[in-house]
Design a protein around this ligand. Structure first.
Ligand SMILES: NC(=O)c1ccc[n+]([C@@H]2O[C@H](COP(=O)([O-])OP(=O)(O)OC[C@H]3O[C@@H](n4cnc5c(N)ncnc54)[C@H](OP(=O)(O)O)[C@@H]3O)[C@@H](O)[C@H]2O)c1
Length: 266
């Protein structure tokens, strides 16, 4: 028998603050990424906003710095390019000296007309941007954080990971992979680096511009108990929790943020 377990009463004190932490948000210029980047800075973090269109990243970085008084940097970054992951980490370390939080949020799901019209190029792009990049960035930043006291990685998957529609089969496969690598990385980088995944349902971002809104409304009425799509700010509470010490005992978790969506059964 070992030593008796020491039991301590809870104090009810948790810390959602991110003061002086440094966060990378990929795909941070618009949509869910933008909302998370703004919120991280409001809670004390310096933020790197990374996406393909550097002008949009720089404009948001300026807005973040003005609004929060924190430092913010826009960086040109392609989630599907292997070497961009090292470049993004190096730029962050050169500018801010550390990294504490990585949000693998950049993602895309191009439309296709039929299964056989999915080209090899489309397949590779979807897997590269949604799965390959997050693996490489998490590996590089995760090892750095593990050897510098710890951190938090937040991946962003999709309901398509568990309930893919016929229009998003490569994307669903990639996002399912994101959930799997969340579990693997959580084990590999424990106990100091936590790795979790947000699984959004239908959010009203630029992605929604391609939706048939009548069909979406009918689906929402039937299958989303909240009866509507999510607004970008509605991802922020879960992201802040996972990024902060308030989630100190949470790793390898997939957190649904989907208005209670009922998935079609198999
Ligand atoms: N909205 C939804 O209903 C929904 C549902 C489930 C999951 N998600 C997931 O949530 C995440 C955010 O979605 P969102 O709705 O906020 O999307 P969004 O509004 O379309 O924004 C996408 C962001 O990702 C960046 N991006 C796209 N491709 C990139 C690439 N190859 N490399 C780097 N950055 C890239 C975009 O900036 P640039 O154009 O400048 O690159 C932009 O900042 C994605 O992973 C998406 O799959 C969204």
């Amino acid at each position: 028998m070992g030593d008796p377990i020491e039991l301590t009463p809870g104090t009810g004190t948790v810390d959602f603050g991110l003061t002086d932490r440094v966060a990378i948000v990929t795909g941070g210029s618009r949509g869910l990424g933008r909302a998370m980047a703004l919120a991280f800075a409001d809670h004390g973090a310096d933020v790197v906003v990374a996406s393909r269109k550097v002008d949009a990243c720089e404009a948001l970085a300026e807005e973040i710095a003005e609004r929060s008084g924190r430092r913010a940097l826009g960086v040109a970054y392609h989630a599907g390019v292997w070497d961009d992951q090292q470049r993004l980490l190096d730029t962050t370390l050169e500018t801010f000296g550390r990294i504490d939080i990585v949000v693998n949020n950049a993602g895309m799901s191009p439309l296709y007309r039929s299964l056989t019209e999915v080209t090899e190029d489309l397949w590779n792009k979807v897997i590269d941007v949604n799965l390959k990049g997050p693996f490489r960035l998490s590996s590089l930043a995760g090892e750095w954080m593990a050897s510098h006291g710890g951190g938090s990685i937040i991946n962003v998957s999709s309901v398509a990971a568990v309930a893919p529609t016929p229009a998003e089969i490569p994307y669903g496969a990639a996002k399912s992979g994101v959930q799997n690598l969340t579990l693997g990385l959580a084990r590999a980088l424990a106990p100091t680096v936590r790795v979790n995944c947000l699984m959004p349902g239908a959010f009203l971002t630029d992605i929604a511009k391609a939706w048939d809104l009548d069909a979406f409304g009918a689906m929402a009425e039937q299958r989303i108990p909240m009866g509507r799509g999510g607004q970008p700010d509605e991802i922020v509470g879960a992201a802040l929790w996972l990024a902060s010490d308030a989630a100190s005992y949470t790793t390898g978790s997939i957190i649904k943020v989907d208005g209670g969506m009922v998935y079609p059964s198999a």
